[in-house]
Write a protein that binds this ligand. Structure first.
Ligand SMILES: NC(=O)c1ccc[n+]([C@@H]2O[C@H](COP(=O)([O-])OP(=O)(O)OC[C@H]3O[C@@H](n4cnc5c(N)ncnc54)[C@H](O)[C@@H]3O)[C@@H](O)[C@H]2O)c1
Length: 245
């Protein structure tokens, strides 16, 4: 990834921050996008303290195409053409379907699915022009299996899988490779909300009998995002301790 310009959405914490770190360790120039200016500033300070490679942070709502276009423009002006995009930003708004209002549905689809469209839209033309791109989308095992209380999230993540395969087909003539990782249960602030009793029940079902770490996901993302990856596209790589097989 030496010298490559990479954007990681949702890069202020959890899986996204770890991806940013692994990219910086590989010599990439990294821009992290996240929703709040405070969290971006905190992540940027953390990264600048540890790595010598250029790094920048932009506060931006991935659900808003205008904001995303402006953010990507700023990154290109500072770091150069974007060569790697990781669509990682995501939220949950769980509820059983009987109780799920339109607000929870719209919010999750806007961030987790339209956000992926927006960010890809904002960089794809430049990747085509430069005949180079590596796009990695962060979907979820839930997008394959479904999950009680997550109709909105599962639908968005399943949508990301169809999107990934389509971009892989359309990007192939231009040396743009597009893949996805599908994490299972990873220890982050997103899974912190799961009640202790439920955690034990989930762990029982995971063949490797533990939650994964952000680093487990970041290493898989790096593998797919690197220039060394010349022949893997349109794939969905489970990082899930075996729960999705
Ligand atoms: N943690 C897990 O177990 C797990 C499992 C499967 C998939 N995932 C997926 O991995 C990704 C990262 O999850 P995490 O656990 O690190 O979550 P997290 O809640 O710790 O971090 C989410 C990140 O997304 C950013 N974000 C949220 N809404 C945004 C918006 N509208 N615009 C820009 N940025 C926004 C936040 O600022 C934050 O940086 C998500 O897409 C999530 O769905 C997580």
């Amino acid at each position: 990834m030496e010298g490559k310009v990479a954007v990681v959405t949702g890069g202020s914490r959890g899986i996204g921050l770890e991806i940013a770190e692994v990219f910086l360790q590989s010599g990439a120039k990294v821009a992290v996008l996240a929703s709040s200016a405070d969290s971006v500033a905190k992540a940027l300070a953390h990264l600048q303290e540890r790595y010598a490679s250029p790094v920048m942070g932009v506060a931006c709502n991935v659900a808003d195409l205008e904001e995303v276009t402006a953010a990507m423009g700023k990154i290109e002006a500072e770091l150069g053409p974007i060569q790697v995009l990781v669509n990682n930003a995501g939220i949950t708004r769980d509820a059983l379907f009987l109780r799920m209002g339109e607000d929870k549905w719209d919010e999750v689809i806007s961030v987790n699915l339209k956000g992926v469209f927006n960010c890809t839209k904002a960089v794809f033309r430049s990747m085509v022009k430069n005949r180079y791109g590596r796009i990695v989308n962060v979907t979820s095992v839930v997008g394959i299996t479904g999950n009680v209380g997550q109709a909105n999230y599962a639908a968005a993540k399943a949508g990301v899988i169809g999107f990934t395969k389509t971009i892989a087909r359309e990007g192939a003539p231009y040396n743009i490779l597009c893949n996805a990782v599908a994490p299972g249960f990873i220890t982050t602030q997103m899974t912190e909300k799961i009640p202790e009793k439920l955690v034990s029940a989930i762990v029982e079902q995971i063949p490797l009998k533990k939650f994964g770490t952000p680093r487990d996901v970041a290493m898989a993302v790096k593998f797919l995002a690197a220039e060394d990856n010349q022949y893997i596209t349109g794939q969905i790589l489970g990082v899930d301790g075996g729960i999705g097989m």
